[in-house]
Design a protein around this ligand. Sequence first.
Ligand SMILES: *[C@@H]1O[C@H](CO)[C@@H](O)[C@H](O)[C@H]1NC(C)=O
Ligand SMILES: *[C@@H]1O[C@H](CO)[C@@H](O)[C@H](O)[C@H]1NC(C)=O
Ligand SMILES: *[C@@H]1O[C@H](CO)[C@@H](O)[C@H](O)[C@H]1NC(C)=O
Ligand SMILES: *[C@@H]1O[C@H](CO)[C@@H](O)[C@H](O)[C@H]1NC(C)=O
Ligand SMILES: *[C@@H]1O[C@H](CO)[C@@H](O)[C@H](O)[C@H]1NC(C)=O
Ligand SMILES: *[C@@H]1O[C@H](CO)[C@@H](O)[C@H](O)[C@H]1NC(C)=O
Ligand SMILES: *[C@@H]1O[C@H](CO)[C@@H](O)[C@H](O)[C@H]1NC(C)=O
Ligand SMILES: *[C@@H]1O[C@H](CO)[C@@H](O)[C@H](O)[C@H]1NC(C)=O
Ligand SMILES: *[C@@H]1O[C@H](CO)[C@@H](O)[C@H](O)[C@H]1NC(C)=O
Ligand SMILES: *[C@@H]1O[C@H](CO)[C@@H](O)[C@H](O)[C@H]1NC(C)=O
Ligand SMILES: CC(=O)N[C@H]1CO[C@H](CO)[C@@H](O)[C@@H]1O
Length: 469
Amino acid sequence: MKFSDFSLLGLGAIVLNSVGVNANTADTSLLRTYSTVSPSASAIEQAIASTVPAEETSSVEGAAFKNFYIIYLENTDYDKAAGDESLAWLATQGITLTNYWALTHPSEPNYLASVSGDYFALDDDRFIALPSNVSTIVDLLDTKGISWAEYQEHSPYAGFEGFNYSNQETFANDYVRKHNPLVLFDSVTNNETRLANIKNFEDFDADVANKKLPQYAFITPNMTNDGHDTTIKFAGKWAKDFLEPLLQNEYFMNDTLVLLTFDENETYSIKNKVFSVLLGGVIPDSLKGTTDDTFYDHYTQLSSVQANWDLPHLGRHDFDANVLQLVANATNITNLEVDTTYMVNNETYIGYLNDRNVPLPAPNVTAINRNGQPILDSVKETWEDEYNNQVSASYFTSTTTTVSADVTDAETIAVSTGTSAGHEASAAATTTASSNTTSSGVSSASAGAASLSTLSGNIFLGVLAALFL
Ligand SMILES: *[C@@H]1O[C@H](CO)[C@@H](O)[C@H](O)[C@H]1NC(C)=O
Ligand SMILES: *[C@@H]1O[C@H](CO)[C@@H](O)[C@H](O)[C@H]1NC(C)=O
Ligand SMILES: *[C@@H]1O[C@H](CO)[C@@H](O)[C@H](O)[C@H]1NC(C)=O
Ligand SMILES: *[C@@H]1O[C@H](CO)[C@@H](O)[C@H](O)[C@H]1NC(C)=O
Ligand SMILES: *[C@@H]1O[C@H](CO)[C@@H](O)[C@H](O)[C@H]1NC(C)=O
Ligand SMILES: *[C@@H]1O[C@H](CO)[C@@H](O)[C@H](O)[C@H]1NC(C)=O
Ligand SMILES: *[C@@H]1O[C@H](CO)[C@@H](O)[C@H](O)[C@H]1NC(C)=O
Ligand SMILES: *[C@@H]1O[C@H](CO)[C@@H](O)[C@H](O)[C@H]1NC(C)=O
Ligand SMILES: *[C@@H]1O[C@H](CO)[C@@H](O)[C@H](O)[C@H]1NC(C)=O
Ligand SMILES: *[C@@H]1O[C@H](CO)[C@@H](O)[C@H](O)[C@H]1NC(C)=O
Ligand SMILES: CC(=O)N[C@H]1CO[C@H](CO)[C@@H](O)[C@@H]1O
């Protein structure tokens, strides 16, 4: 590839400003920064006294489950987790997902993506707040009145937006914002009703006892219990102690699916696959103690929620993600096979949150999700023009041919680092588009890319590889 080809990409600024794809080498002056929210101790005390958490329930039927509870542990390699005694016991109570992938490193982008379908090139754990025109799973659930909440251990009160709430005696890490996905979105925090649904573990205990659990919940133990500041043995024991009584609680188990997973693998140089188990009342006895090797990643959470309740999508990596087989079976969705040979998912790409010159990526407003629904109306209204702008500014088309025609050795890098490369999108593309490439590299990733953000990232990686390797 010739340097002059960059003019075709419409990505000149990105190329010139960055010589690496890794946050550690990116120019930090290009990072978007945010003023942090740090309420004073007395303001926190006051809020603890006056805040009333929401208590919303509903009973909307779904194809495979009525309730979906997601629990994240931290930073453990697959084999280490699978070898833990407590997690091994939990595995006997459900289905182990042996091919479930985290998206990148470190923690925060993985949490962010789980509720919004993209991590917007975030490559650190800093204070961020996505603008109010970025939608989340909450907007999807709201279309059918499906109740939702988050339970964040030791968040001091419902809707706390601070960066951390440490143990007030030892000042050790306890609650951290980076593990609280929904609080990272202005579309959630600008709305008092929504904030009141971002609760803590005392609220969880009360909601279980009062039979007031919502239908969807994201559950984050504190930095001790999730293994971040402890060991897998500690986190495994916490998970077993937390879940074992719930698995015997008829109310909790009724039509319930639980996903216990990890935000990311610990070792950055190896494949970012994470140990995950499905539990709950909807798991048939015949499948307890079995494994499922379907390709999944954190976007599967969104696609499975959409398919289960036949919801529209967010136009990001959610719409073409594989859905949990339990839901796929109930909805006749056929999951795609994904070639993970070159997938590592251990680095971010150049995009919105690590380069000020890159705009917020438009969601794909034309796509149809795995359950046949279009993008959420309000997202389409907000983004349609910008989608068309970004498409015609050729974030997309011209680069696909440019890169795929010229890059030979770039495939490995593109496949192993981006987010959509190797995602279902590229699997779909492998059958349609990769007939012209020697391996399912840049061109297939591009052809199937779920959102413009990752696309430009992958192309960029390809370009870099062609230039510097
Ligand atoms: C947040 O963490 C810092 C650093 O440990 C600590 O000084 C501060 O008190 C914590 N804030 C709260 C609200 O716990
Ligand atoms: C985390 O929560 C547990 C209770 O679940 C508590 O014992 C522990 O002290 C907390 N960690 C910190 C650092 O406060
Ligand atoms: C605020 O959040 C509630 C609950 O999610 C939702 O029903 C309502 O439409 C939201 N309001 C606005 C102005 O977005
Ligand atoms: C389970 O849910 C059904 C309806 O969804 C309800 O009729 C039944 O009482 C529930 N059982 C328990 C133990 O809560
Ligand atoms: C990602 O994994 C590849 C392949 O193992 C390795 O070469 C690269 O250094 C890793 N990147 C990071 C940021 O660790
Ligand atoms: C889905 O259906 C297939 C084929 O009938 C079956 O083998 C598999 O166990 C089912 N999986 C789940 C999770 O229900
Ligand atoms: C799935 O396919 C089967 C067999 O074709 C059909 O009987 C069933 O109604 C379909 N279910 C759904 C939810 O479409
Ligand atoms: C949007 O999705 C549709 C349907 O999957 C696809 O044909 C189109 O190429 C996508 N657009 C972009 C810019 O990726
Ligand atoms: C979304 O919000 C950001 C930040 O306010 C703004 O820069 C961007 O133009 C908005 N995009 C659309 C399509 O509304
Ligand atoms: C494959 O790419 C080459 C350019 O490298 C092009 O000439 C050819 O038409 C393409 N073939 C197919 C089947 O798309
Ligand atoms: C972790 C991961 O699953 N990807 C790697 C994470 O760690 C194990 C090793 O413990 C590797 O086997 C996986 O490939």
